[in-house]
Ligand binder design. Structure first.
Ligand SMILES: [Zn+2]
Length: 313
């Protein structure tokens, strides 16, 4: 048995695993697509687990973050961006596969935990973490701890209506924030701009569909059309952030997920639009919207840190 704990973050498009040692240092990392050929997400987990074990030996405990509703038994009930995964007893399966204690949590809660322990939320008492990736996830920090709700399902912040005439969300509802403000939405907005002759230098680089990364790449190269798409997208992001800030009164908002790589290209227009939408701006302390420090590994590291609590107990 090694001193390492593993953290595995299961998202809509990829599964990312890290091994963390007793000093909380990441000593190994691996990833694969979520839909590994025929085997789906279970095959992807097995691949990541096998790779980490080859690199570091068997783990002392394993933490798993998964994009969806995770109950108190560590079962994944439902996730709009993992439609083939329903009522999957993740903790039970993983404990049988590894023989060590396993904890399972929502992926954004894991990212929030990671940032709280060793990232951009360290020392925060009341805060909000938002993951902008395939979908939108959230972690609400109340009194220095993760707020979980009655069933562990709290902070599904992508799924409230901000635009009644908006597009259909991955969960099936119309006009949810996620449908206009996640990474997939940025790609769709890029496609729409192209279809009306306003696409500028935006092109689909690696697939038939334009992705958020494609829009970001064109904007980073200075294309004014792509920059305009990002400004509209940033306003969509800010609309939800301001609504949540009005409800929660956080001291800081931290953004995690794939879109963080965009840096100031995203954060400058989001911060600008956020202040425009916030209630009583001139009469309250500034609420910064900042990137996560642990980057796209926040969820996997947070899952591993939760698992290290199992080892300690
Ligand atoms: Zn939804």
């Amino acid at each position: 048995m090694s001193d390492c704990v593993y953290g595995i973050d299961i998202g809509g498009t990829k599964v990312l695993g890290v091994a963390v040692d007793a000093a909380s240092e990441v000593v190994a990392e691996t990833r694969t697509a979520s839909n590994v050929a025929a085997g789906g997400v279970e095959a992807a987990i097995a691949l990541v687990l096998g790779d980490l074990t080859r690199q570091c030996g068997p783990a002392a405990a394993v933490g798993v973050g998964i994009a969806g509703l995770v109950d108190g038994e560590g079962s994944m009930r439902f996730g709009p961006n993992l439609p083939d995964v329903l009522a999957l007893p993740v903790r039970q399966l993983m404990e049988a596969a590894t023989g060590v204690p396993v904890c399972v949590d929502n992926d954004a809660n894991c990212a929030g935990y990671g940032e709280l322990k060793m990232g951009a939320l360290r020392g925060a008492r009341n805060a909000l973490l938002v993951t902008l990736g395939t979908g939108i996830g959230g972690a609400i920090i109340v009194h220095g701890d993760i707020y979980r709700g009655a069933n562990g399902f709290a902070a599904e912040i992508g799924h409230f209506t901000v635009r009644q005439e908006g597009p259909v969300c991955a969960c099936g509802e119309v006009g949810h924030w996620e449908a206009i403000a996640c990474g997939n939405a940025l790609g769709r907005m890029g496609s729409e701009a192209i279809s009306v002759g306003q696409g500028g230098a935006i092109t689909a680089a690696n697939s038939s569909e334009v992705t958020g990364q494609d829009v970001a790449a064109a904007a980073a190269a200075g294309d004014p059309f792509a920059i305009a798409v990002i400004a509209a997208f940033a306003d969509n992001v800010a609309l939800g952030l301001a609504g949540l800030a009005n409800i929660l009164d956080p001291e800081v908002i931290v953004i995690a997920g794939g879109l963080v790589e965009m840096g100031p290209l995203l954060f400058d227009p989001v911060n600008l639009a956020f202040t425009r939408h916030l209630e009583g701006l001139a009469h309250r302390p500034h609420i910064p919207v900042r990137p996560a420090i642990l980057g796209e590994r926040a969820g996997a590291i947070g899952a591993a840190l939760q698992a290290s609590q199992l080892r300690a107990s």
